[in-house]
Write a protein that binds this ligand. Sequence first.
Ligand code: ZN
Length: 412
Amino acid sequence: MELTQEQQFEIILKQLATIKERSPFYAKKLADFDLDQIKTLEDFRKLPFTDKGDLREAYPLGVAAVPSEKIVRIHSSSGTTGTPVIIPYTQKDVDDWAIQVARCYEFAGITPEDRIQITPGYGLWTAGIGFQLGCERLGAMAIPMGPGNTKKQLQMMEDLQSTVLCATSSYALLLAEEIEKQGVRDKLALKKGVIGSERWGKKMRRRISEELNVDLYDIYGLTEVYGPGIGINCKADSAMHIWSDFVFLEIVDPKTGDPVPDGEVGEIVLTTLQKEGAPLIRFRTHDLSRVVPGECECGSKHPRIDIITGRTDDMVKVKGVNMFPAQIEEIIAFTDGASSEYQVMIDHVDGRDIMTVFFETEAVGDACTTIEENMKLLFKGKLGMTPNPKGVPVGYLPRSEKKTKRIFDNRY
Ligand code: ZN
């Protein structure tokens, strides 16, 4: 169901009317705010953001807004450092999530006839189980592989004639390369790829799409807000529709917190409209994107955001120049002869920052040196700093089943 911003705001007001009673977490966080005084969106925008750190402090179940007996499940975000964040779900939350993922599949033209091979992990992480929920809701056949064991993945893909692959972009690439290597493409029935919300460039997208010979769809979501499935791109273009009946979307300037105009890049901030277990008000995702203005050709009125271009916390400053991974990626994509796989190492040697850009290429010797020189010039021209590009053979850089880390800041 598509909601207008006015309709969304009405739901927000209803949520706010009882949030302090339901949620000890928000009773404390919003103690200084008289929520009855919120009458307009501008008033709402004065409420503080909720950050992952707030949720972490509430570990283990402090964010719960329902009595314990209503919680049917928990998930946890993959905290690489420190205490994880635990999100409780009621049965309605689980059902709502299934509805959203099923809708994602439908937007991608997937039907009950399809066979969906699910390769992201199951367990505390929301990915695998979310893809599964939506698949069952839709009535398609789930093949719940989970991550790893590439040989078995390909065997099942062939034997069961999987038509849809759910994966992270890096694992989809790894599978594509393996399929190419084994020359088994003709034995497979893959038609579509639903790729988890990992930031990825156009070049990598094109490569996966070509090598697997499938249509690709980007699915968006995060553990704190259900999991994957709160939006997906439709057939019309590569922007993602975000489900307006489940989340209220804001794009803000990551530094000032002020809203940015439609079309400009900023941080995605989400407010849940239906969530019971752990409702969230103005949650900072740290994902960077922009609202795509205007109406989509497909006719859907759910608002659209562009592919995630980076993370606010991914920004690096080298030799005094701020840059986002998406900018680095764009320059590499723009360099003739460089493939989509790269890795950036930033070090501090003898009082100087050094940025080494490893990129995969089929070129060797002088041809490789020429590519490296061209890349240097492009960095200089676009970002105003010169890195140290280094071509390596295709397959040299690590691929992973989870999200691939590409930028390593070794200075601190
Ligand atoms: Zn559309």
